[in-house]
Write a protein that binds this ligand. Structure first.
Ligand code: UT7
Length: 323
């Protein structure tokens, strides 16, 4: 497989902070319940899916030292597109001045990892430089008067620039999957609000995430002890703890943003990765385990080797340039 590397990362959160106290003031809930049952203290509301995506992507491009026109593949993972048609990625592609292909991908909360795996496969097929963005504004499709869901979801975006290189593969193993018989435990009809059987989603999420993560560790021939950073989908700290315990990864190696972002769906793994990278928690050669799950019910895991030896990225002349 062709080499690839993450060369830039960035995140974007709307300005409006919604605390547990804000919910406490108007719903039959409490800060204590929300923190103990979910691990969430606050979340951000506002913005649009495309606007947040553009902002996180600009930061990722800046970090990579790249301009939009150097990107020939844009994958936008989202469950909350700004419009039905055209794809939200069209707006993002235009505002960033990218060339080549762009498309939306809906794998719900597993979207970022689905997007990363898809982009890397397309780099292998000849594209040269990709933006992978997870962006969601679930506050717009959440009934803010329903305590079962309102306290859980937040808005945000996380992005990475991934470049084809002459070096090592980025993804050592991946596992994408779905059980479509579970569509009714978590859904949102057009024009409606998110409906969720929380307890059932919780149970299935733990099992799916553990099994998927175990598959990629085995495929990559890597032990849990060798994982420097575990980047799970950020839905509930109790799900993350249950998964971490079963895999044998201690909490010091989790990347967590849930406490201040809530569940940002397709954005969550991108935001957690960006914060961890900004905090200097990753160095060249480190192994990162991503694992996400979401409505569908989807799941996605990947073992990623961070950085690696300095390698030349592939020059201009990928598929996008032929247009
Ligand atoms: O990204 C993928 C999408 N979502 C998820 O992954 C979410 C997965 N599920 C969960 O995270 C948890 O199931 C929840 C956080 C949604 C609920 O936690 P739980 O420990 O599974 O609680 P529960 O559903 O067993 O409900 C316990 C009680 C219920 O009351 P009764 O029926 O026992 O009287 C709920 O009505 O807690 C009640 N409850 C609340 N109480 C205070 C539900 N939401 C709230 C709330 N504040 N916000």
């Amino acid at each position: 497989m062709r080499g690839a590397q993450i060369t830039g990362w960035g995140l974007s959160l709307p300005d409006t902070v919604v605390t547990n106290a804000d919910f406490e003031a108007r719903l039959d809930t409490s800060d204590k319940w929300i923190v103990e049952r979910t691990g969430i203290k606050e979340r951000r509301h506002g913005g649009t899916t495309s606007g947040l995506a553009v902002e996180s992507a600009r930061r990722a491009l800046e970090r990579a030292g790249r301009r939009g026109q150097e990107i020939d593949l844009l994958v936008l993972a989202t469950t909350s597109p700004d419009q039905t048609v055209p794809a939200t990625s069209s707006w993002v592609h235009h505002q960033l001045g990218c060339r080549g292909a762009a498309f939306d991908l809906n794998a719900a909360c597993a979207g970022f990892v689905y997007g990363l795996v898809t982009a890397v496969a397309l780099l292998d097929a000849g594209h040269e430089r990709a933006l992978v963005i997870g962006s969601d504004t679930l506050s717009q499709i959440t009934d803010q008067n329903d305590r079962n869901t309102a306290v859980l979801f937040g808005d945000g975006s996380g992005a990475v620039v991934v470049e084809a290189t002459e070096g090592e593969p980025l993804i050592l193993a991946h596992d994408l999957g779905l059980d479509g018989s579970l569509t009714r435990i978590l859904y949102c009809d057009r024009g409606g609000f998110i409906v969720m059987e929380g307890r059932e989603v919780f149970r299935k999420a733990v099992r799916a995430t553990v099994e998927s993560a175990e598959r990629v560790l085995k495929q990559a021939d890597v032990t849990a002890e060798e994982i420097t950073l575990f980047i799970p989908h950020q839905a509930n700290i109790r799900i993350i703890d249950a998964v971490g315990q079963r895999l044998g990864i201690d909490p010091a190696r989790y990347a967590i943003c849930l406490d201040h972002t809530g569940n940002t769906s397709a954005a969550s793994c991108g935001i957690a990765l960006s914060e961890a990278a900004d905090a200097g928690r990753l160095k060249d050669g480190d192994l990162v385990l991503f694992s996400g799950f979401g409505a569908g019910m989807t799941w996605a895991s990947a073992v990623v080797r961070w950085g690696g030896a300095p390698v030349a990225t592939i020059g201009a002349g990928g598929p996008g340039e032929r247009e």
